[in-house]
Design a binder for this molecule. Structure first.
Ligand code: ZN
Length: 463
């Protein structure tokens, strides 16, 4: 009933938007439509009785994105959910009091209340490569993305520099975190927190640290935190073959990334985080955020990688130019997004298990609905090891080899070291998968990079 209402209102709204251009905002009509649909989705849900803070995509095929990976949720402990609910309730009380302007409260006090001792201790080492985001997430009761991102924005002095309202920052981050589907085994807020932490490590690398402006850093952190916002837990080919409205809206191109970006813009506007800045500045932030998030589309990996390689071959990357700095930020975010295989084994292994669980779950849905099973998603034809070895060989290694040329540091060597060791560990478990041909490919290939990376792109491990 609620869905029918949403769809009919969306139809009316889309017609209205196409019939009426607004001069004040320079997005083209499809951008604007996406944003409005996004914002409408939020409002209608709250009006028709959806849980107001749970924003997901619409159901199709009888599959509801909000419950798509509900196995994980139902298997999860009730106390954990109860704690989260209590925590939200506490947050609601605190923010309500703040919004009413209760005089005895100040935001720092609230922050102190939220940080538990151990989580605070961990944040002192937030720049280390073996930072255990899973532990941090447990210590913060599932609020790793909010705490970590707030801490970094504060640590870089960005809140003060850009005169950001602390309450709005916090409100924005809470909404961002809640827009991730915690039922997704992989594409959830912990992944976003992990990418943000990795991004922080890269921003501190000398080459970037010496050249990036505070504005670049702000964009880099915001892009990392929002880069998979409202991810449905299935990949783009799945959305296309099930005629999902997002696929039509974005013309089958970077469908998820476009949605993540528009979702982020929706929350920026909803919380008015940058409303104190001139309109052209906040629009500039939104556009650059989009350019960063769109770069995480793994199917465009080769395009970015060859541009990066050419710059490095010609030594033509001049970080004094804002466009080159932006490109280096895009590459940093791409690395952060797929850095799991470069983490220490104990962390890397957990990510591998989670992403494969998400793939196989998609494969199960495809089987159930008699759809073609996507590459890497068939649990009978793939193993965690085979998926990982292919991903490392064709996607991760080429990217990090170039990154190490760009930023030849101890961190880069550490990452390449873990990558090699982790690949060897998976290979030891699956000796037959360590050769050049990968299981799960629909077409038999020899060692040319292209077909395998295409299959992996369709599997879209991270995006
Ligand atoms: Zn991602």
């Amino acid at each position: 009933m609620g869905i029918a209402l949403i769809l009919s209102i969306i139809t009316v709204l889309v017609r209205w938007i196409f019939s009426k251009r607004r001069g004040a905002i320079s997005y083209d009509s499809s951008d604007q439509t996406a944003l409005y649909i996004r914002m409408l989705d939020v409002r209608v849900r709250s009006q028709v009785g959806f849980e107001p803070e749970r924003r997901g995509s619409h159901p199709y095929l009888g599959v509801d994105f909000r419950t798509l990976h509900s196995r994980a949720e139902s298997a999860g402990s009730i106390p954990a959910r109860r704690i989260r609910r209590l925590f939200s309730f506490q947050r609601h009380l605190l923010s309500s009091r703040l919004l009413r302007g209760a005089p005895h409260l100040n935001t720092l006090h609230i922050l102190d209340e939220d940080y538990c001792g151990q989580a605070k201790c961990m944040l002192e080492k937030v720049g280390t490569w073996n930072f255990d985001i899973f532990l941090f997430d447990r210590l913060t009761n599932g609020n790793s993305l909010v705490f970590l991102t707030f801490h970094l924005l504060n640590q870089y002095g960005l809140i003060e520099l850009f005169q950001l309202d602390m309450v709005k920052v916090r409100q924005f981050l809470v909404l961002v975190q809640e827009d991730y589907h915690n039922q997704n085994p992989y594409h959830n807020a912990v992944h976003a927190a992990d990418v943000t932490q990795a991004m922080h490590c890269y921003l501190r690398e000398p080459k970037l640290a010496q050249s990036l402006t505070s504005f670049d850093i702000l964009l880099g952190l915001l892009a990392a935190a929002t880069h998979d916002l409202d991810h449905p837990g299935v990949n783009q080919p799945f959305l296309i073959k099930t005629n999902h409205y997002l696929a039509a809206l974005y013309r089958n191109t970077s469908v998820l990334e476009n949605h993540h970006w528009r979702s982020a813009v929706g929350l920026l506007r909803e919380t008015e985080l940058f409303s104190h800045l001139p309109a052209e500045d906040s629009l500039g932030i939104e556009r650059q955020l989009g350019s960063l998030i769109l770069a995480t589309d793994i199917s465009r990996q080769n395009e970015y990688l060859s541009r990066f390689r050419t710059h490095l071959d010609e030594n033509s990357l001049c970080l004094g130019h804002s466009s080159h700095r932006h490109f280096s930020l895009q590459m940093a975010l791409k690395c952060a997004d797929i850095c799991n295989p470069c983490r220490p084994w104990e962390l890397s292994k957990q990510w591998s298990e989670k992403v494969t669980e998400e793939f196989f779950h998609q494969g199960d849905i495809e089987k159930k609905h008699k759809l073609e099973i996507s590459p890497l998603c068939d649990s009978e034809a793939n193993t965690i090891a085979s998926v990982q070895i292919g991903f490392m060989t064709y996607v991760v290694e080429p990217l990090f080899a170039e990154w190490a040329r760009f930023s030849d540091t101890r961190l880069s060597q550490t990452m390449l070291g873990h990558l090699g060791l982790n690949k060897a560990s998976w290979s030891a478990m699956e000796p037959e998968a360590s050769g050049s041909s990968e299981e799960g490919e629909s077409e038999p290939t020899r060692a040319t990079e292209e077909p395998s990376s295409r299959a992996l792109s369709q599997g879209s491990q991270e995006s």
